[in-house]
Design a protein around this ligand. Structure first.
Ligand code: CA
Length: 223
């Protein structure tokens, strides 16, 4: 189980990321400032670091520079609200491996984490997710039912992707909200139900079963 260090001072973001990583089978540890982040990173216990730029003591750039100066080459994915081109360039030049602008969807971060850890690295074929006659091509962002292309919005595609990554599993509204909409969404919103309805209309109602009081589940249509 890969140990991942999250250096982030904002509680709601670190818990969102930690919860998602744990659900994906990783072992996350949170540091709430740059100094602790640096020291934890230097223990060598971590295979990946998710590093916020705006931290209360030393900022993420400083932490990253100190790590690289100390010849610590643990992969780093920078998280930042500052999404200017300058920051991206500075982050990558400073030795970051990847960059995520806030706000982001958890699935986007997870894709980058998987890529960096090069575990279950998708071979050419796993860029296509299939369930019965439904296929999602993650590269071209196309959805096919029985080989026929169905037009999905970006959000609908992301929601369908969350289901196809977890076939048969009950996904709660909260899980779907955080995976598809990110942490900036009001947990009381009914947006998940609305979008599940859209998917049912476009992809077939029987595919997405309602599990009363719990959420939704992708099922085989003939089940
Ligand atoms: Ca911050």
């Amino acid at each position: 189980m890969s140990q991942i260090l999250i250096v982030e001072d904002e509680d709601r973001i670190s818990s969102f990321v930690a919860k998602g990583l744990r659900a994906a089978g990783y072992a996350p540890t949170v540091a709430v400032n740059g100094r602790d982040g640096y020291h934890l990173a230097q223990t060598g216990d971590f295979e990946l670091i998710v590093l916020d730029l705006g931290l209360p003591d030393q900022d993420g750039f400083t932490v990253l520079r100190r790590l690289r100066e100390a010849k610590n080459n643990t992969p780093v994915i920078i998280l930042s609200a500052r999404n200017s081109v300058d920051d991206t360039v500075a982050g990558l030049e400073g030795g970051a491996d990847d960059y995520m602008a806030k706000p982001f969807r958890f699935e986007e971060l997870l894709a980058r984490v998987r890529l960096r850890l090069r575990q279950d690295v998708p071979s050419a074929d796993t860029s296509i997710l299939s369930h019965n006659d439904l296929q999602l091509d993650l590269r071209s962002r196309r959805a096919l039912v029985n080989g026929r292309e169905i037009d999905l919005s970006a959000r609908e595609f992301a929601l369908a992707e969350a289901f196809l990554r977890n076939p048969g599993q009950v996904l709660s509204r909260e899980q779907l909200l955080s995976r598809v909409w990110g942490y900036d969404f009001d947990p009381g919103s009914n947006v998940v139900d609305v979008y599940v309805r859209y998917l049912r209309n476009k992809l077939g109602a029987a595919r997405f079963a309602t599990v009363r009081g719990m959420g939704y589940r992708l099922v085989s249509e003939d089940a």
